[in-house]
Ligand binder design. Structure first.
Ligand SMILES: C[S@@+](CC[C@H](N)C(=O)[O-])C[C@H]1O[C@@H](n2cnc3c(N)ncnc32)[C@H](O)[C@@H]1O
Length: 205
């Protein structure tokens, strides 16, 4: 975590500076280069940034801008996704990009998808999609200042990773926060209920 703070001056000089307070509904904040470069190390560089435009240095050799619409393209390789965070009124952008990430992660052409999102356990997309990640990092302690954003953001960051190669990021994610293995969410089942009622019957005997 200290790495991002230590490199903040470098980070600020990589991207176009945008004015305004950083908020979790904004679309245009660039990822600090120190963070995406570090995340790219286990896969020797990302292959695709499907939501690009705000960064000063290209994050991957293939990029899609809003005009090209990364949501409508086929993805490939190791993918880095810092999506637009706003809602267009009909659907949350975060939800759209998470759905797309999960769908693309199932395609053979895709190895891994690293996503950056504000931490919000009150959101439906957190429960439906983030907790379905193969590996999940709760960034911190501390907060991440994006390029062009406020230097004191009021929210934390989550980094879910989807895809067959997600485990490759385990150590680098551990250097940025707390990592949990995904898909180990407790699911009450019919059996659980039966066992509980059987236990109760045994107690009654
Ligand atoms: C939060 S910024 C991230 C920029 C860069 N990938 C980074 O991590 O620094 C999100 C970017 O997605 C772009 N964008 C918005 N809608 C898009 C779409 N449908 N397809 C591709 N890019 C889009 C925005 O213009 C913005 O530059």
């Amino acid at each position: 975590m200290g790495e991002e703070s230590d490199n903040r001056e470098e980070d600020l000089h990589h991207g176009p500076m945008m004015q305004g307070e950083q908020d979790p509904g904004s679309n245009g904040y660039g990822t600090p280069p120190s963070l995406w470069r570090s995340l790219a190390e286990p896969v020797d560089g990302f292959d695709l940034d499907p939501c690009s435009g705000a960064e000063g240095t290209p994050i991957a050799p293939t990029t899609y801008t809003e005009e090209e619409d990364g949501l409508r393209q086929a993805w490939h390789g190791d993918v880095f996704v810092n999506p637009p965070w706003s809602s267009d009124g009909s659907a949350s952008a975060k939800e759209q990009w998470l759905k797309k990430s999960r769908a693309e992660a199932n395609r053979d052409a895709v190895d891994s998808i690293v996503v950056l999102l504000p931490s919000d356990t009150s959101a439906g997309w957190f429960h439906e999609h983030v907790l379905a990640a193969d590996i999940l990092c709760f960034y911190g302690p501390g907060r991440l200042s994006f390029v062009g954003g406020d230097q004191n953001p009021s929210f934390g960051i989550l980094i879910p990773v989807f895809g067959d190669d997600a485990e490759a990021y385990r150590d680098v994610l551990d250097s940025h926060g707390t990592v949990i293995k995904g898909r180990e969410v407790y699911q009450p089942t019919v059996q659980t209920g039966l066992v509980a009622s059987t236990d109760q019957e045994d107690d009654d005997v």
